[in-house]
Design a protein around this ligand. Structure first.
Ligand code: BTX
Length: 329
């Protein structure tokens, strides 16, 4: 670990009191003037440091800018995000995460970007990821699960994300099956992309990508997205610290994941259904053969959609286009 990182950690552990130059120089095994130089550098990077002569140093402000260090301070997780890879700009955090998973295993490693040039959605759609305006991250996980259970990971991510949004902002997010977060106004503020490497009966690793719009204004998006997108700022009329949202999300995700690993899908299913968009309501389903109406009854343990038709029969739906917004009605 670099001297700079050690210094930052020492300062972060002493935010209430001053830590003397003498003590720092002993702990880090560098001269007092080297300490002073490091402090100047930290200030240039946006840390606010108070130096009181004959007493010592104290950190009074952390940069809003995201770095590996600023994410890790105050991150109250046990295993998630112990390694953070931060990029100011990258094509897609998914790509970086896949590479990391292949090279270093990396269960719990989190890749974060300020901006993505080619952010990806599902089915080679694009995900708009403007610099500094949202949470764009990918998590590497190595769950001991058979591949057919991977959809549950997407559903649990949606629950963790909805919990984070509602706890932090007091808004009431909804989850649109299987993986969008939207609000009652039907505008989408987040998406989840799960990509898996698997053998026959075993997941090697998954990369779960999460994109959450935080501080965008409508004009930040191209017109075709403006109609369907929203951000936490638009919904609440205030801006939010992306750093705090990331930390909160990682913490909530870890709790949810650990609970799932211990107790299985039952609790996740309950929570998911409580957030479910259009749950208990009539939806229209288009398959290749027909158009039918049914009640969206819930989700199955394999991630399928449960629908109840007019005669009360419950079916599982894995694909088929759903007219969630009654546009075609
Ligand atoms: P999706 O395929 O469900 O959604 C993509 C669609 O949503 C697009 O076709 C577009 O219409 C719309 N859209 C694009 N950008 C936005 C946006 N910022 N807000 C609202 N709507 C939008 C959802 O895919 C999965 C997205 C995962 C994104 C994360 S970000 C970190 C990680 N890295 C990466 O490349 N992808 C994931």
């Amino acid at each position: 670990e670099s001297t700079r990182n050690k210094l930052i950690k020492l300062l972060a552990e002493h935010t209430e009191d001053y830590i003397s130059g003498q003590m720092l120089s002993e702990k880090l095994n560098i001269s007092r003037s080297a300490i002073w130089k490091h402090m100047k550098e930290l200030e240039r990077d946006g840390y606010q440091i108070e130096a009181k002569s004959k007493v010592g140093y104290r950190i009074i402000g952390f940069p809003e800018r995201i770095t590996e260090n600023t994410i890790q301070w105050g991150l109250k997780t046990k295993w998630l995000g112990k390694k953070v890879i931060h990029r100011e700009v990258t094509n897609s955090t998914q790509v970086v995460a896949h590479q990391e998973a292949k090279e270093n295993k990396g269960h719990g490693t989190v890749v974060i970007a300020d901006e993505q040039k080619i952010g990806r959605g599902r089915m080679s759609r694009a995900w708009h990821s403007k610099r500094g305006s949202g949470m764009w991250l990918s998590m590497i996980l190595r769950p001991e699960l058979p591949p057919y259970l991977a959809p549950q990971l997407t559903l649990l991510t949606a629950v963790a994300l909805a919990d984070t949004i509602s706890d932090m902002t007091g808004t009431e997010p909804l989850i649109k099956w299987p993986n969008d977060i939207l609000f009652a106004n039907q505008k989408k503020c987040a998406g989840i992309l799960t990509e898996m490497q698997a053998e026959q009966d075993k997941i090697q690793y998954v990369v779960i990508g999460v994109g959450l719009n935080v501080n965008q204004q409508l004009s930040d998006w191209p017109e075709e997205i403006q109609e369907r997108a929203t951000s936490l700022q638009i919904e609440t009329n205030q801006s939010w610290s992306i750093q705090s949202i990331i930390q909160e999300f990682l913490c909530t995700f870890e709790k949810t994941y650990d609970m799932y690993m211990k107790k299985g899908f039952v609790e996740i299913k309950k929570k998911w259904e409580a957030y479910g968009f259009k749950i208990g309501e009539w939806i229209t389903i288009y398959t290749l053969q027909e158009k039918k109406k049914a009640i969206f009854a819930g989700i199955a343990s394999d991630g399928a959609l449960l629908i109840r038709n007019e005669s009360g029969k419950v079916e599982r739906l894995y694909s088929g286009e759903i007219d969630w917004f009654n546009k075609k009605a």
